[in-house]
Ligand binder design. Structure first.
Ligand code: ADP
Ligand code: MG
Length: 199
């Protein structure tokens, strides 16, 4: 059973450490707040750490999702909140890799529905969707998941944004990495590192 406290700490500290980078990405095609938004959300998660860790995994994920909805704000708060709350609904207290793949697929569908977005719209979904599919095919390793998340975030650079604030820029959104794709990559890499016992 993975140590939820350790996973929470590594995900939160990674996002907080990259807040300036995320905000810089958002300053190119958005309103320069994605890193600030995410830092505020994960600071609040850490502040509620003891309460969250007293709960079984599904309830803990639900509490994290609700905190993100309330504290992150912007478009990404409700969307990441939906992701965690959908994982909470789908995952048993002691999940297997197969449980995780299925739950992430369902959570990605929930984010798609919440944001009325699809793949290739230049959003977080362009990282989360491929990773969910990859986990389901039975060949995933920590390295392959980290590499896929990285390459899918990079793949948002040449895309034209169809959803979110970046879509207001039309063609001018081309040539920049989507900030939400990068924050998703950071979270996925952090979970891999935490499960693998890296710092
Ligand atoms: P805001 O755009 O309201 O300022 P943030 O800057 O915190 O919110 O988050 C922006 C990120 O949210 C984008 O980079 C994108 O990945 C994600 N996003 C925005 N709209 C959607 C949507 N409809 N579906 C999926 N992801 C979205
Ligand atoms: Mg923004």
């Amino acid at each position: 059973m993975p140590d939820l406290g350790k996973l929470m700490d590594i995900v939160a500290s990674r996002i907080i450490a990259h807040a300036e980078e995320l905000t810089a990405l958002d300053s190119a095609i958005g309103d320069a707040d994605h890193g600030l938004n995410m830092k505020r959300g994960f600071d609040a998660v850490l502040a509620d750490r003891a309460n969250i860790l007293a709960k079984p995994l599904p309830e803990a994920l639900k509490a994290i999702g609700m905190t993100l909805v309330m504290k992150v704000g912007g478009a990404s708060g409700p969307l990441y909140g939906t992701l965690f709350m959908a994982l909470a609904k789908e995952l048993p207290a002691e999940p297997s890799l197969a449980n995780l793949a299925r739950a992430l697929t369902a959570a990605v569908d929930a984010v798609k529905a919440r944001g009325k977005a699809d793949f290739d719209n230049k959003t977080m979904l362009d990282v989360l969707g491929p990773v969910a599919r990859h986990l389901g095919n039975g060949t995933a390793t920590f390295d392959s998941v980290r590499e896929l998340a990285h390459s899918r975030a990079e793949a948002t650079v040449p895309m034209k944004a169809i959803r979110g604030r970046a879509s207001f820029l039309g063609e001018r959104s081309i040539g920049h990495m989507d900030p939400g794709a990068r924050s998703s990559e950071l979270m996925i890499a952090a979970v891999c590192d935490g499960l693998e016992g890296k710092e």
